[in-house]
Ligand binder design. Structure first.
Ligand code: SF4
Ligand code: SF4
Length: 460
């Protein structure tokens, strides 16, 4: 009786803590600008099935795609066993789902094979991350400190969970053999491992089986509460993030609404500019800034992007600016956004950017209240290195759009601070004065035709 009560309390604490962390992250995402993402249900469902469930974009690189597929399918199938563990823990049953007969046999067999493959895949991931020289996309200043540690912690936890699973099954097999009973299920890996267990009496084996059981489920619940502090949170956020993907063509930029109204009014004097919204008490709302200086100026989808990033570096590895040695890394822009929103609003249970973040170690933030995403974390030099090629957007396996945040911050620099690079300022004045980006008067625009005419006459 004591075990179900203890287990129920553990479950309650773990899911309660997880819900509390999720609520904080939801609040962080909602500090972003509102954006209507309703409609297009069919298209969104299609994208979610292909990109999130089907891992479509992962298969552009076959080796990591196959390794990731093993871990992903393992995660899905092993979760079925977790359901059984929870039922057993709450109601004091043992292997509750065994009534499924042959289905249970198949389920347990697949489960064990996948668990073994997960250990192999995780070992390969660890080697790819930590080998010398490292894979290029796992390097970069943004991957020092916590992100590097986090990537390895996740791998260690995954291996520990699989070992606990084998330990539990092996002890159960030997226990049943000793008692002369049949253990429901087929366990292709644990049958071999059972012989390695040193114990040979029922009491010890029972204790070993329970130890494996408790380590496995407690580890899963700890892992659940570690997720919000980790890049591994993408296993949850990838699905809503892909659902709310941008559906317009990639090269299409959004317009600034207020400027659109102004231009329309200039072109058509009868155009009625919408009356600005007022606050509930009737007072005028503060004008929305042009572009983004801090996280509240970005749309909420951009903040959700930052919680969905796997820190895989596919975006940075195809970014022409990064490849040619510029400071820009689209992965860093996304990671900076998440760090900034957690620094300013709610941070999850374990990770806090001010304690573990890059700045905390190298460049402590002294003025938190006045720090902003732009300049506080992302420099204009990074932003102006972007060629707006969309390669990062195209390559992201979970449909994150780093370019949108880059454009928004550039807009702020240009429209609020007039802080564009000199070459752009020259172009802006040319457009204003000459109606074209070049430094020639509109009256000279057809000179080339005269020159051509003269040249042709000369050759006749
Ligand atoms: S859009 Fe900008 S950040 Fe993205 S890959 Fe191209 S240059 Fe790099
Ligand atoms: S933005 Fe996408 S491609 Fe870039 S690191 Fe994050 S998940 Fe990977």
């Amino acid at each position: 009786m004591l075990q179900p009560i203890l287990f129920a309390l553990l479950l309650l604490a773990a899911f309660g803590l997880f819900a509390w962390q999720i609520q904080k992250i939801r609040a962080n995402i909602l500090v972003g600008r509102t954006r209507d993402m309703s409609g297009h249900l069919g298209e969104r469902l299609n994208k979610t099935l292909l990109v999130a469930f089907g891992q479509q974009k992962m298969f552009k690189r076959i080796t990591p795609a196959l390794l990731h597929l093993v871990v992903y399918v393992g995660f899905l199938v092993i979760n079925i066993e977790v359901v059984e563990i929870i039922i057993d823990g709450l109601f004091g049953t043992h292997r509750f789902l065994s009534f499924l007969g042959p289905v249970y046999d198949a389920l347990m067999a697949v489960n064990e094979v996948l668990a073994a493959l997960v250990i192999i895949a995780v070992a390969a991931f660890w080697w790819r991350r930590n080998r010398n020289p490292p894979v290029r996309r796992f390097t970069g200043p943004e991957l020092r400190m916590w992100p590097k540690l986090d990537a390895n912690i996740i791998l260690y936890i995954e291996v520990a969970l699989m070992i606990a699973l084998f330990f539990m099954n092996s002890a159960d097999i030997q226990l049943h053999q000793l008692e002369g009973k049949d253990l429901p299920g087929v366990f292709p890996v644990s049958y071999f491992l059972a012989d390695l267990l040193p114990a040979s009496n029922v009491g010890t084996l029972h204790m070993l089986e329970r130890t494996g059981w408790w380590i496995h489920i407690t580890g899963i619940l700890l892992f659940l509460n570690y997720l919000p502090s980790s890049k591994h949170f993408h296993i949850i956020m990838a699905f809503p993030n892909v659902w709310y993907s941008r559906l317009v063509p990639q090269g299409q930029f959004s317009n600034v609404e207020s400027i659109t109204h102004e231009v329309k009014a200039m072109m058509d004097p009868s155009y009625e500019v919408p009356v600005p919204a007022v606050a509930a008490d009737g007072s005028a709302l503060a004008p929305t800034p042009f572009g983004a200086k801090d996280v509240e100026d970005l749309p909420w989808t951009a903040l959700m992007n930052s919680y969905s990033c796997t820190e895989c570096g596919r975006c940075t590895s195809v970014c022409p600016a990064n490849l040619t040695g510029k400071l820009l890394s689209p992965r860093k822009i996304i990671m900076d956004t998440r760090d900034r929103v957690e620094e300013k609003y709610n941070s999850p249970l374990i990770f806090h950017p001010n304690v573990y973040g890059e700045e905390a170690k190298h460049q402590p933030i002294t003025d938190l209240a006045n720090a902003t995403l732009l300049r506080g974390k992302v420099t204009p030099e990074e932003l102006w290195a972007c060629t707006t090629c969309n390669a990062c957007v195209e390559s992201c396996p979970v449909n994150i759009n780093p370019l949108e945040s880059i454009i928004e911050m550039r807009r702020f620099l240009v429209l609020e601070e007039s802080a564009a690079p000199n070459s752009l300022n020259v172009m802006f004045s040319n457009i204003e004065n000459n109606g074209a980006p070049w430094a020639f008067s509109p009256s000279d625009r057809l000179n080339w035709a005269d020159d051509l005419y003269v040249a042709e006459r000369a050759t006749v």
